[in-house]
Design a protein around this ligand. Structure first.
Ligand SMILES: Nc1nc2c([nH]c(=O)n2[C@H]2C[C@H](O)[C@@H](COP(=O)(O)OP(=O)(O)OP(=O)(O)O)O2)c(=O)[nH]1
Length: 131
């Protein structure tokens, strides 16, 4: 049976209405795909705490979290992901990518110009329909 993992991902919006998009590095799984930064939820951790921790670890900045944007269950070849996308904004520091190849801020209407991790597509589509 495939392993099921629970992953949180931050839909981080700036004051210009742009979204932080992060490029997974060649060393990471699902390499060279774009994603909303985040990571696996640890046992006994709530999703908001997990996201704040992951963003501090991976981008060295602090976020405030808002509502859940979208949840998606996607079956990859080797595992099943339960992806929980959460709206957020940066409240302290500037993002510095520790593990990712790079990040960009992109307007919602341009999000489909990137090659996203397959599990992220529903969240991306939903965002593109937002004003
Ligand atoms: N952080 C994040 N991960 C995503 C997204 N979409 C998606 O399919 N994933 C996948 C990629 C990874 O397989 C998994 C998240 O794990 P992770 O961020 O801890 O990264 P990882 O696999 O490199 O960690 P590791 O097991 O190699 O140590 O979820 C997304 O939007 N954000």
């Amino acid at each position: 049976m495939k392993k099921k993992i629970k992953v949180v991902a931050g839909v981080i919006e700036n004051d210009q209405g742009e979204i932080l998009c992060a490029l997974r590095s060649p060393k990471m799984s699902i390499s060279n795909h774009w994603e909303f930064p985040g990571g696996k939820v640890e046992a006994d951790e709530d999703v908001f705490t997990a996201l704040k921790r992951e963003i501090e670890e991976e981008f060295k900045c602090k976020i405030e979290t808002f509502d859940i944007h979208n949840e998606n269950i996607h079956e990859y070849e080797t595992f099943i992901i339960h992806l929980i996308a959460i709206k957020a904004k940066i409240i302290e520091g500037n993002p510095v990518p520790v593990e990712h190849s790079k990040f960009i801020w992109l307007k919602k209407e341009n999000l489909n110009s990137l090659v996203w991790a397959p599990a992220d597509i529903p969240a991306v589509k939903l965002l593109m329909n937002e004003k």
